[in-house]
Design a protein. Structure first.
Length: 192
């Protein structure tokens, strides 16, 4: 019995590194810049998010992600052009996207393109970040939620299983027509 246990541990010790080195998918977190174009002035939201990707082929992954944008302040100029005032929008956004990611090779550097569908939810609240996020999650089905189409692309660089990813695209939400908004994310990723 001891021999079988020792042989099993030895086999797992030899096989574990090769199993870990397999490229089955990725998980990551990111910082996000979302440029809401329909407001005047244009508001640049900053937020955080996470994503998970699973390989269905060497060059194709299915990816799901969610991002949360913090409320922003902006300066509004009065009609006389002299006075200005700092205004808190109280507007927060939450994004949920899912779709395929087509990528080059599986080496240390990759380029990719993606087209995802999903939603964006707009909410207004004076709550702090954790409570604002929780209440915004609850508002997805009952609040101001619009359909989204996200075509984009980017690059990834890996050193072993750990890497960095940068992507940018046009997050188009549909309310009274198509509304185009720049979205850029950057952050660390881990291959598994």
């Amino acid at each position: 019995m001891k021999r079988i246990a020792l042989l099993t541990l030895l086999a797992l010790g030899v096989a574990a590194p090769s199993l870990f080195a397999q490229d089955h998918g990725e998980v990551g977190v990111f910082a996000e810049l979302f440029r809401l174009q329909v407001t005047n002035p244009i508001i640049n939201f900053v937020g955080v998010g996470g994503r998970v990707s699973v390989n269905v082929h060497h060059n194709v992954q299915l990816e799901a992600e969610m991002g949360y944008d913090f409320k922003r302040n902006f300066t509004s100029e009065f009609s006389n052009g002299i006075s200005s005032q700092l205004v808190t929008t109280r507007l927060r956004n939450i994004h949920g996207l899912f779709g395929p990611k087509l990528q080059t090779g599986g080496g240390a550097f990759r380029a990719f393109v993606t087209v995802k569908g999903g939603f964006i939810n707009f909410g207004a609240s004076n709550e702090n970040v954790p409570n604002g996020f929780i209440s915004q999650i609850g508002d997805i089905t009952s609040g101001h939620t619009d359909a989204v189409l996200y075509p984009g692309g980017g690059i990834e660089a890996y050193l072993g299983p750990i890497g960095l990813r940068l992507d940018a695209g046009d997050e188009i939400y549909f309310e009274n027509g198509a509304n185009h908004n720049l979205r850029v994310t950057f952050g660390p990723h881990i291959r598994f």
